[in-house]
Ligand binder design. Structure first.
Ligand code: NDP
Ligand code: PYC
Length: 338
């Protein structure tokens, strides 16, 4: 018997929505969550695909997340939108606030969306690609839980704090990157633990502050930032912009609020959008050609653009109208049905 199982794209969506609804999420929440999880699974982003259903359902069991909260969208200033998720998952709030963010960006050239009081479990690239899909460039940042030691430190203070960016490229996939500012995302370490595989060197330290390749010890100890002090500084910036700036929690405060419970991190998120038409003094087309020359120069030397692996996975999975997931994952997911 193969170690993997194939699910059609429709079966994947149905499985995700059914699990979420069975576990107390409203249809609206289940749709917004499934849109992003299915997009990740379809692009072979395994750490934030169907696997994240465990985090969602576990959080629901702990009783603090609201599976039926309706977000409030607030027109806070000419270039500022706020969305209060009211204790629900971030994604429904994002879907509700996105039209106003786009409208303000197209009017003013730049606008930001602060999502507050949300539980957050997801990858950020689907969010910034919603902006590049309508011709805008976008940045998104979010804290998480204080699992990551600052460069030179020995205990978790920072989150895995992802940073995502997308740049529209008419007629082709956007230029997008999306990565944790830790060496590995927490989800990736969890996948190593599930698979019983050792981590590469330099990813984590144990509770005593000693380097470890054991995923369990890494989860009990602290993870390392990527790029030493540079990744550490970026991570601190994300704490500030997606925390105190928008009147929401840092990773440390979010972890304290969770009080040891293994729930999805609860905090805020910031998304900043730019309209190239309004920044480039009527030269957006010429400037786009210059951006393309930059990409061509990178590709010509044999380097790859970020997201290329993802776009290739998407093409493959769309062509066969299916995704492959480990059979063990599938069986564990089925056990979440009620
Ligand atoms: P990866 O290290 O897997 O990938 C990071 C980015 O780098 C991707 O855009 C990837 O493109 C690109 N990339 C990888 N290899 C190369 C290469 N050789 N050349 C050029 N580009 C490359 O990401 P992480 O494990 O750090 O993060 C995974 C996900 O976890 C992200 O989507 C992130 O949003 C999510 N996350 C969410 C958190 C949350 O709190 N909500 C916290 C932390 C992470 P490609 O995909 O094509 O390989
Ligand atoms: O993979 O680091 C992670 C993560 C944290 C919250 C959601 N994903």
């Amino acid at each position: 018997m193969s170690d993997n199982i194939s699910l059609s794209l429709a079966e994947m969506r149905e499985l995700s929505e059914n699990i979420l609804i069975d576990n107390g999420f409203s249809k609206d929440h289940a749709k917004s969550i499934t849109d992003v999880m299915a997009a990740c699974q379809q692009d072979d982003c395994h750490s934030h695909g169907l696997f994240r259903l465990f985090m969602c359902t576990q959080s629901m069991k702990l009783g603090r997340i609201s599976g039926s909260a309706q977000p409030d969208v607030i027109d806070a200033a000419p270039s500022v939108v706020r969305a209060n998720a009211n204790g629900g998952i971030s994604l429904l709030a994002l879907d509700a606030a996105l039209p106003l963010l786009i409208e303000k960006t197209k009017k003013n050239g730049i606008a930001a969306l602060a999502i507050n009081h949300c539980y957050h479990f997801s990858a950020l690239w689907p969010e910034v690609e919603k902006l590049s899909a309508v011709g805008l460039a976008g940045l998104a940042m979010v804290p998480s839980h204080a699992w990551v030691a600052p460069a030179g430190g020995k205990r978790g203070t920072l989150g895995t704090n992802p940073l995502a960016f997308s740049w529209p490229r008419p007629g082709q996939h956007p230029f997008t990157f999306d990565f944790a500012t830790s060496q590995f995302a927490r989800g990736e370490i969890e996948l190593y633990r599930r698979a019983g595989k050792p981590l590469p060197e330099g990813v984590a330290i144990d509770k005593e502050g000693q380097p470890t390749t054991d995923a369990e010890a890494a989860m009990a100890g602290a993870m390392m930032t990527f790029g030493g002090y540079k990744g550490s500084a970026l991570s601190i910036m994300i704490e500030l912009l997606a925390g105190p700036l928008i009147d929401d929690l840092t990773s440390k405060e979010s972890m304290e609020a969770a009080d040891g419970q293994p729930e999805a991190p609860y905090h805020g998120e910031i998304i900043i959008a730019f309209d190239p038409n309004l920044f480039s003094a009527g030269k957006a087309v010429a400037n786009n050609d210059r951006a393309e020359r930059l990409f061509a120069d990178i590709i010509d030397q044999g380097a790859r653009l970020p997201s290329q692996r993802r776009y290739q996975a998407r093409e493959r999975n769309l062509a066969r109208n299916a995704v492959e997931i480990p059979r063990t994952l599938y069986n564990d997911l089925l056990a979440l049905r009620k």
